[in-house]
Design a protein around this ligand. Sequence first.
Ligand code: FES
Ligand SMILES: [Fe+2]
Length: 324
Amino acid sequence: MSRFPFPRYPNGWFQVAYSDEIAPGDVARLSYFGKELVAFRGESGELRVLDAYCPHLGAHLAVGGKVEGDTLRCPFHGWRFDGQGQCVEVPYAKRIPPKSSTPCWPVVERNGLVLVWHHAEGKAPQWEIPTLPEYQNEAWTDYTRLRWKIRSHNQEMAENAVDRAHFHYVHGTLEVPESKVEIDGPYLRMVQKSKLGTPRGPIEGQIASTNYGMGFGHTRFTGIVETLLIGCVAPIDDEYLDVRFSFTVKKLGNADVMRGVGKALIADIEKQMGEDMPIWENKRYIAKPLLCDADGPVPAFRRWCSQFYTWPEGSAPAATEAAA
Ligand code: FES
Ligand SMILES: [Fe+2]
């Protein structure tokens, strides 16, 4: 029995690598959505993602597969596949058998991240991942990258943001932060005012985040130091999530002070993740939660999430609290 009364793999964009991890000619093995995938970067620089098992006799294309031009050669019998997963050569046969292909995944590279589009029914991408002005901008630092493997579900982790009360009880923030949530199709925007402690006393800060489906979101912290956090959560299998946070900090005035404050903010988020993890990994999902008047907009958040699921035949979303 699944721990969650909704599909394990939501539809959307999910980060599976960083661009700089896969150079031209490289082949990478990826495990996401309960599947084995192969990513390869052709010599022209184009990055492609295919289902990993060769349709001939099942070799794993990422284990010994070789890039040739913009194609990938299987290590087992040398069949060669193009970026769409179509077989373009069987070196020892006169004819390529019909329907010789392996499924191909929509992929984008944005802001130094590699994202693939997952859709349970194979539908084309329904929204785009934005290009963020902070990336590769002289005025901003290179990414600080953090990564976790967490036994949870995308929806459960994301719910954290609208769960106001936990900030005090789990993270020890002094006040329960007030936040404004705005839902717009696949986008969920949130603005939160917060008091940030500094050596010069508390400063009013603002945290503004936008989620693009359940796999990709960015958060801008303003106040003492400007920081951008790109948060990506990709389901690996029925149990685990692959979580990558990429931070960039604006280079302002005194570089040492800026770096110190930026580091403190990143350390604080890493600490918060450590505090949330044991809760996420061991909790269960309550479809009809017992909410009180000071809880955040949990029902609205859950309705937003429900659009990213393809429900298997016969499993009605009414089983969740969509009506709440
Ligand atoms: S298994 Fe790939 S070519 Fe035979
Ligand atoms: Fe949290």
